[in-house]
Design a protein around this ligand. Sequence first.
Ligand SMILES: [Zn+2]
Length: 181
Amino acid sequence: MKKIIIDAGHGPQTAGKRSPDGTLREFMFNEAVAMRLKKLLIAEGITVIFSHDNTRDVTLSERITLANKLKVDAFVSIHANAYGTDWNAANGIETYTCIQPSKASVVMATHVQQALQMRTSRKDRGVKKGNFAVLRETTMPAILVECGFMTNKEEANLLKSQSYQQQCAQAVAFGVLCWLA
Ligand SMILES: [Zn+2]
């Protein structure tokens, strides 16, 4: 049976990480998508483990240690993006691998990015490489999705909506399942 870690980025107390008007905290979005994604993957017979905790901020090293100890088949980190701290026009969806990714990470990222773009119709910012600890230090295929910009008024409203959260969860599930198939 496949085991996947879903990682809702940041935590309930993390400073910053919110829309300019304070009405959207990134963890609220990340956690909502993680919960919806878990349901969808469990329905496909996949074992899902959360590396975050709704009651406290889990450190990056704890998340990495858990993934490496459990030897999960994939690590999927859910985020919302920001450009600066004020409202601006930056928008769209991007998916990250680490700087020197495995082939498997690139293939998973490509499937998930395509599914997210198609499901949400947001701008395709592509698959990118980033120096994120959870991607760099985990030992299995690992990706990080940025599902839209909290600093863009239109996308902040989408990120707050349950229908958009469900679209993102469906797309990530579809992309991961295509990758596993
Ligand atoms: Zn984030």
